[in-house]
Design a protein around this ligand. Structure first.
Ligand SMILES: Nc1ncnc2c1ncn2[C@@H]1O[C@H](COP(=O)(O)OP(=O)(O)OP(=O)(O)O)[C@@H](O)[C@H]1O
Length: 253
C-alpha cells in the first residue's frame, strides 16, 4: 500500500510542486495520473521511490516511512519499485537479454559483477521475464535494432525481473505511435492483472488513461482535484483537471 498523508513538496527554488496530498493506493491498483504539463505528476510519482524528497507530511510505502530512509534503506526501497521511463533507459549496444540481466547486478558479489557472471537461475528468470512480455524471440538482438514498442517491452521485462510490487511509469508511451502505445498500455494491464502488481502511470494521453487504468488521479497546480474510477470521469471533470485547457491538451499543444 502507498499512503500519502498531508504531503507537500517544495523545490529548492521555493516552488510548491505538491500541496497537501492525501492519497492511498492499495496493492494491485492500476492508476493513471493526469493533468496539465507542470501540474506535478512526475513529482508525485517520483516521491514514491525517493527520486524526490518530500518537504513535509508522511509517505508510507508498504508500511515503511519513505522520507526517513537512509542510503542502504533507500536502495532496498527502490529494489521493490520498478521504474519505467519515456526514453526506456536501456543500454543500446547490448542484447535484450543482457539488458534484463542488468537488473540482477545490485544483488551480485563484487567478483561476479566484475566478471559479468550471472547464475543459471538468473538467466532463466531473465528469459522468463522476456517471455512474459512476448519478446523472447528478441533475447539475443541488440536493443538498438528493436522498435520503440519492443524496447519498452524489454524495459518492462527488466523491471519485472527485479520482482517489484510496484511499477512507476513516467510517460511510458509518450514517444510511441498510437497503436504501439495501446499495446504497451495493454502490457501494463496484463502485468497488473496477472501479477497483482500496482501500476502508477503518469500520462498525457487522456484517452489511454481512461481506457486502460481503473483509477484516475487528476492533478492541477500541485493539488489532487479528482480521485476516482476511470469509468466515472466525465468531460466536466476533465475540464476541471485541465483548467479549461483540455482542448489544447488533446491537440498536443
Ligand atoms: N528540480 C526542480 N526545481 C524547481 N522546480 C521544479 C523542479 N522540477 C520540477 N519543477 C516544477 O514543479 C512543477 C511540477 O513539475 P512536474 O515535472 O512534476 O510536472 P508534470 O505534471 O509531470 O509535467 P510534465 O507533464 O510536463 O512532465 C513544474 O512547475 C516544474 O517547473
Amino acid at each position: 500500500m502507498i499512503k500519502f498523508q498531508n504531503v507537500n513538496k517544495k523545490y529548492d527554488n521555493g516552488y510548491e510542486a505538491l500541496k497537501d496530498i492525501n492519497l492511498t493506493i492499495e496493492q494491485g491498483e492500476y492508476v493513471a495520473v493526469i493533468g496539465l504539463s507542470g501540474a506535478g505528476k512526475s513529482t508525485l510519482i517520483r516521491c514514491i521511490n525517493r527520486m524526490h524528497d518530500i518537504s513535509s507530511g508522511s509517505l508510507m510505502v508498504n508500511d515503511v516511512e519513505v522520507s526517513t530512509l537512509k542510503g542502504k534503506e533507500v536502495r532496498k526501497l527502490r529494489r521493490g519499485i520498478g521504474m519505467i521511463f519515456q526514453s526506456f533507459n536501456l543500454v543500446n549496444r547490448i542484447s535484450s537479454l543482457k539488458n534484463v540481466l542488468v537488473s540482477f547486478v545490485p544483488d551480485m558479489s563484487m567478483w561476479r559483477k566484475i566478471l559479468g557472471l550471472y547464475t543459471k537461475q538468473q538467466k532463466i528468470e531473465a528469459l522468463e521475464a522476456l517471455d512474459r512480455m512476448n519478446i523472447l524471440d528478441k533475447a539475443f538482438i541488440r536493443v538498438d535494432q528493436l522498435s520503440g514498442g519492443q524496447q519498452q517491452r524489454v524495459a518492462l521485462a527488466r523491471t519485472l525481473a527485479q520482482k517489484p510490487s510496484i511499477i512507476l511509469a513516467d510517460e511510458p508511451v509518450a514517444s510511441l505511435d498510437p497503436i504501439t502505445a495501446k499495446q504497451v498500455m495493454t502490457d501494463f494491464q496484463r502485468i497488473n492483472e496477472e501479477l497483482n502488481m500496482t501500476i502508477i502511470i503518469n500520462i498525457h494521453h487522456v484517452d489511454l488513461a481512461l481506457e486502460y487504468a481503473t483509477r484516475v488521479v487528476g492533478i492541477r497546480s500541485g493539488e489532487i482535484v479528482y480521485d476516482g474510477p476511470a469509468s466515472e470521469v466525465t468531460e466536466q471533470i476533465l475540464e476541471h483537471i485541465y483548467n479549461g485547457k483540455l482542448e489544447e491538451e488533446l491537440s498536443g499543444n
